[in-house]
Design a protein around this ligand. Structure first.
Ligand code: FAD
Length: 429
């Protein structure tokens, strides 16, 4: 059986950044297994710009951003197995994959990093009555058809859901000569970034219908029209508000789901909120030696944050494989008693990543990422360790579509030796 220090599943931006970090942390043999025949993941179809503002301080397209990491991964000597689909990961860190050239093969890993990304919620997950005509696409599939295959999915388009991919496709379809009648959003707020609403809808005069949904799809062979109605506070269509939009295409941008079938089979505990693995301060899952990062862990809006998180996962996986417990714990240094603090959420905060922290093992500073459950204005993001508030920061606007973060200091947690939990919440004052 092949043997590697760190095996990374998925060669998207998360997998690439994790692999580079693992090599740079001293692992000799690092392997990325990718089912596609090229690296870069979903970024290959994101040909618009706006990537890398945080990481490179310049605006890159998705493929350009991915290429920078791909070049660096080759430079530092990461190995790749492309066209290889991972079919199984065991709790003793054996990864099985299948490829045309090798058939089924196994790799013994010193540590595994899960970086399989996410997939889109399909029509089947929505209860829209009607036949199953041609012309209904998830926004990501349409993006791939237009940007990579050179095919136009349709000419008269309605988009359901205002996630970032839907917003970006509204602009792309307009630029390619189609007419986008509207973007309908069930919630009273958009699920996408503010900058995408401005640059992809407002700049092209495309209406965003908040608190609206598609109630009916007309057409047997091909979509001929969709009916859109207003919804009430319980998100139920309001009778009498339906409007018919003649169209040949309905695009769905109704959410992303972390791709966790492999994780579940490996015995990794998943969060019911993010549907990604529950992880500790080193991004290690409930299975020792299995780490997770990127969209398989929780859905990110900016790829820069994916790369930062994956860098940490790759570093921690490397330290695990090399036999060190954490990057900061010196083998001959003072041993701290193990104390795991639970990260809990209250009023307005949906989840945090990570969900537990051992202060003795964390870096000097640790970024905790979270999302809120509604749009809030002029609220304070507060962090309590035990009963003591250690952070209280005012934010003008918080929205579910924008990931938030707080940075915790190890010293703050070590000082409060009796605390058992950390709470992140929103407060009015
Ligand atoms: C359709 C779509 C469009 C997006 N557009 C934007 C955008 O415009 N801007 C933006 O900032 N973000 C965008 N995102 C978010 C984007 O996904 C993240 O920013 C980033 O690409 C996540 O990186 P990742 O490596 O976690 O996942 P991905 O880029 O999805 O990479 C995961 C990789 O894992 C591979 N893989 C999965 N399962 C297996 C397996 N079993 N065996 C082997 N390989 C496997 C996949 O083939 C893929 O290459 C988009 C996401 C989607 C789904």
């Amino acid at each position: 059986m092949l043997s590697y220090d760190v095996v990374i599943i998925g060669g998207g931006p998360a997998g690439l950044a994790a692999a580079i970090a693992a090599r740079e942390s001293g692992c000799e043999r690092v392997l990325v297994i990718e089912r596609d025949d090229r690296l870069g993941g979903i970024l290959n179809q994101c040909i618009h710009n706006g990537f890398g503002l945080h990481t490179f301080k310049e605006e890159l397209t998705g493929p350009e951003y991915a290429a920078r990491y791909e070049d660096r991964a080759h430079e530092v000597g990461v190995e790749f197995s492309l066209g290889s689909m991972v079919i199984d990961v065991s709790s003793d860190l054996v990864v099985h994959a299948v490829s045309q050239e090798r058939g089924v093969y196994g790799v013994q890993a010193g540590a595994v990093v899960l970086a399989m990304g996410c997939r889109e919620r399909p029509r089947g997950a929505l209860a829209i009555p009607g036949y199953r005509p041609a012309g209904i696409y998830t926004a990501g599939t349409a993006q791939r058809l237009v940007n990579m295959e050179g095919q136009m999915p349709g000419r008269e388009v309605v988009i359901l859901g205002s996630g970032d991919i839907g917003l970006i496709m509204a602009r792309r379809m307009t630029l390619e000569g189609a007419h986008v009648a509207c973007v309908a959003e069930l919630m009273p707020y958009s699920g996408g970034l503010k900058r995408n609403i401005v640059q992809c809808l407002d700049d092209y005069g495309i209406p965003l219908l908040l608190s609206h949904t598609v109630t009916r799809i007309e057409g047997r062979k091909r979509v001929e029209a969709v009916w859109i109605a207003k919804v009430d506070e319980q998100r139920r269509p309001i009778p009498g508000t339906e409007v018919r939009y003649a169209c040949d295409t309905l695009m769905l941008s109704v959410g992303l789901l972390p791709e966790n079938e492999l994780s579940r089979e490996a015995g990794v505990a998943l969060s019911p909120v993010t549907r990604g693995p529950l992880v500790d301060e080193s991004l290690q899952t409930s299975v020792p030696g299995v780490f997770a990062c990127g969209n398989v862990l929780h859905v990110h809006d900016l790829v820069d944050y994916v790369s930062q998180e994956a860098d940490a996962a790759g570093r921690c996986a490397a330290h695990y494989a090399l036999g060190k417990r954490s990057p900061d714990v010196q083998e001959d240094g003072p041993a701290e008693a193990e104390r795991v603090l639970l990260l809990e959420v209250e009023s307005g905060v949906r989840y945090t990543v990570p969900s537990t922290i051992d202060p003795a093992r964390m870096d000097e500073r640790l970024t905790v990422r979270f999302r809120v459950d509604n749009v809030y204005r002029d609220r304070f993001v507060s962090v309590y360790v035990g009963d003591e508030r250690i952070m209280h920061r005012k934010k003008r606007v918080l929205a579910p579509g924008e990931m938030e973060e707080v940075v915790l200091k190890r010293a703050d947690l070590l000082e409060r030796a009796h605390a058992e939990r950390i709470v992140v919440k929103l407060e009015e004052d």
